[in-house]
Design a protein around this ligand. Structure first.
Ligand code: ADP
Ligand code: MG
Length: 344
């Protein structure tokens, strides 16, 4: 019998590992925006500016006024599995930051031309580092304000398949705007700016009222029919708004759910929402809502999905019941049927 040669098993070089990791997390330009803005939020920024050109394929630039990084920290920040957000091994089970995997900068740097400029309050000048397809240039001093500026060009230049899957600039810009919307809704304490092809698309100063930010994105049609929701106990805090049935939609894309400051998708919670509106909406119509839930991080597992869009609750049934009960109580106090129809 003929014997096939034994395959060789090899440990992959770091750069290939990073490209594989990028395949999971960096699907398109909008994923870059999400990861970088999350880093800016975790860095305690008060103002975050997102600049894009060509639907993000020509340029993505995120500027923040957060804590910045020292010249010594910069190379570590772009190394894979390096993070400042898990100070000890137990903190994985009580994550309070948006990031914790330590993979975004390594992944993005492996599939683009990335420039990082950063400065901390304690440093007189900043430093700059360039990464091209995972190859890191030595950091150099540079002048820059306190905070961080990250510029991404030539995204997917060395991953032809990903590059081919990019859609038109208009479509990619649409995905970026959606990612930006979720981040800006989740973080009303931050001043957000979005600039597309040199034009300011959004300039959203902070406001104490969440409804101001909702109105900035969705206009008066939505902002004028918001019904406040609020229910707080020692474990879970639910707040935000549901909308009058008159502004229902044909899909569930206008159901914004935020858990501990993170935008999430959760079938069970969407189902609870549908149940609460049962009898108020026609079949095939979906309510519009903007709901924030906050609970101790120990009760949630965010380490189930690479982009953390889905999370797992230790007691999902309880969270479901709690949301449904909160909404039903509110609906009993608000005469919803009176509000349906034109002119209401
Ligand atoms: P993670 O966010 O999971 O920690 P990243 O690869 O996104 O992983 O970032 C790695 C590290 O780089 C972060 O933990 C943080 O210390 C630092 N960092 C990244 N972006 C910024 C920023 N905008 N400001 C300050 N530090 C940052
Ligand atoms: Mg990150």
């Amino acid at each position: 019998s003929t014997q096939r040669p034994l395959p060789t098993i090899r440990q992959l070089p770091p750069n290939l590992v990073n490209q594989i990791a990028a395949g999971e997390v960096i699907e398109r330009p909008a994923s870059v925006v999400k990861e970088l803005v999350e880093n800016s939020i975790d860095a305690g920024s008060h103002r975050i500016e997102v600049t894009i050109a060509g639907g993000g394929t020509e340029l993505i630039r995120i500027s923040d006024d957060g804590c910045g990084m020292t010249p010594e920290q910069l190379p570590l920040a772009i190394a894979s599995h390096a993070t400042s957000k898990l100070p000890d091994d137990d903190s994985l089970f009580s994550v309070r930051t948006l990031g914790f995997r330590g993979e975004a900068l390594a992944s993005i740097g492996s599939v683009s031309h990335m420039t990082i400029r950063s400065r901390t309050v304690g440093d007189d000048s900043g430093s700059e580092v360039q990464v091209r397809g995972g190859v890191i240039e030595p950091p150099a001093p540079c002048g820059c304000p306190v905070g961080t500026v990250i510029e991404i060009k030539n995204l997917f230049f060395n991953t032809p398949v990903r590059h081919r899957f990019l859609k038109t600039a208009t479509t990619e810009r649409g995905h970026i705007v959606e990612a930006f919307t979720r981040l800006a809704l989740a973080n009303p304490q931050v001043h957000f700016v979005l600039i597309n092809n040199d034009k300011v698309v959004y300039d959203l100063p902070t406001s104490t009222r969440w409804s101001d930010r909702i109105g900035a994105f969705f206009g008066d049609e939505i902002a004028s029919v918001l019904i406040p929701i609020r229910d707080v106990d020692d474990q879970v805090r639910i707040s935000g708004y549901v909308c009058d049935p008159s502004v229902s939609r044909g899909n569930n894309r206008m159901q914004y759910l935020f858990l501990n400051g993170r935008h999430i998708r959760d079938r069970s919670l969407q189902h609870a929402l549908g149940e609460a509106y049962r009898g108020l909406l026609m079949v095939g119509r979906f309510p519009v809502c903007f709901l924030r839930m906050d609970m101790p991080p120990e009760l949630i597992d965010v380490n189930v999905h690479p982009t953390k869009l889905e999370v797992r609750f230790t007691d999902g049934g309880k969270v479901y019941a709690r949301l449904l009960q909160t909404l039903r109580h509110q609906f009993l106090r608000t005469d919803m049927t009176q509000r349906v129809g034109p002119g209401s």
